[in-house]
Design a binder for this molecule. Structure first.
Ligand SMILES: Nc1ncnc2c1ncn2[C@@H]1O[C@H](COP(=O)(O)OP(=O)(O)OP(=O)(O)O)[C@@H](O)[C@H]1O
Length: 287
């Protein structure tokens, strides 16, 4: 049930180059944290028409893998993330997390959206701790984990600031901390840096790479940026226009340690980005 062919350079995950990490970077198979998407179809029926958003989508994501998803607007990228989160049921096929079929909303995932969606009347720390309150996590555990994440994302000194006192990048860091508070094995990110300026976005890419290496979380990132996808991911899933199917899965073949500016200079990056761009053809996906 693996989706699409692969292309690009050799596999360097598992630190084969000696430049990388990291715990939890398992091979294939349905180990804990792995995502399985098997023959999935999604049809939406509204009063006026029926839309087939996804059809015949098959994909296996290994535990600890970083997967990026790109494709033209409306090809079903967000729909795919919602299926994994259990917020949506497929019309056909099956979705699994850690080898277990997804039947409804899952609590063992983290979700980051384009907008940080922070509560304006809560400080950064209390926005992060919201996750703990919703889940009934023990207070001390939650506070300790929040402090760890605040340090990891460079938010120290801003714990008591309110959202309007934070830059866009800082707000997304808070959203990321909130999504990671309960140590989810799977992190879903839907255009998380789309609203940031180019420089902040590059910094966030480098940070996300570090956080991914440190946490060992499986990441599914939806992005419109070919550069972002190839700079961060182990593999890039390229989708076709609606009804969304997987056109190809491009293996990036870069070491897991990725500092943005250096990464985009590497030949493996250029090979992968050129392939993704060619597959997307004249579609609207940016850069
Ligand atoms: N709840 C819904 N009801 C009806 N149609 C929907 C619903 N959600 C999504 N769709 C349709 O399904 C298709 C895929 O939507 P989706 O949001 O997954 O695309 P996307 O690839 O994430 O788009 P974009 O890149 O523009 O964010 C679109 O045609 C959209 O109109």
């Amino acid at each position: 049930m693996d989706g699409g062919g692969t292309t690009g350079g050799s596999v360097t995950r598992n630190g084969a180059t000696g430049e990388g990490p990291a715990k939890g970077r398992a091979g294939g198979g349905a180990s804990a944290g792995a995502v399985g998407i098997d023959g999935v179809e999604v049809r939406f029926r509204t009063r006026r028409r029926e839309v087939t958003a996804l059809t015949g989508v098959c994909l296996t994501v290994a535990a600890g893998e970083f997967l990026a998803i790109v494709g033209p607007s409306g090809c079903g990228k967000s729909t795919l993330l919602k299926l994994v989160a259990g917020l949506l049921r497929p019309t056909g096929g099956e979705v699994s997390l850690g080898g277990e079929r997804v039947h409804g909303p899952r609590h063992d995932i983290g979700y980051v959206f384009q907008r940080a969606a922070l509560l304006e009347w809560r400080s950064a720390r209390r926005n992060i701790l919201l996750q703990a309150e919703i889940r009934g996590m023990p207070k001390e555990t939650a506070r300790a984990r929040a402090a760890e994440l605040i340090a990891m994302t460079g938010l120290e000194g801003f714990e008591d600031a309110y959202p309007h006192e934070l830059s866009g990048g800082m707000q997304q860091r808070v959203a990321l901390c909130r999504a990671l508070l309960h140590r989810p094995p799977v992190l879903l990110m839907d255009e998380p840096f789309g609203a940031l300026d180019a420089l902040t976005r590059e910094q966030m890419n480098t940070e996300l790479n570090r956080i991914w290496r440190e946490t060992g979380t499986t990441v599914l990132l939806v992005t419109h940026s070919i550069s972002e996808a190839c700079a961060l991911a182990d593999r890039v899933v390229v989708m076709s226009p609606r009804p969304g199917t997987i056109t190809e899965v491009v293996e990036v073949g870069l070491p897991v340690l990725r500092e943005y500016a250096a990464t985009v200079e590497r030949p493996e990056f250029h090979t992968a980005a050129a392939r993704v761009r060619a597959l997307l053809g004249a579609s609207s996906t940016g850069d």
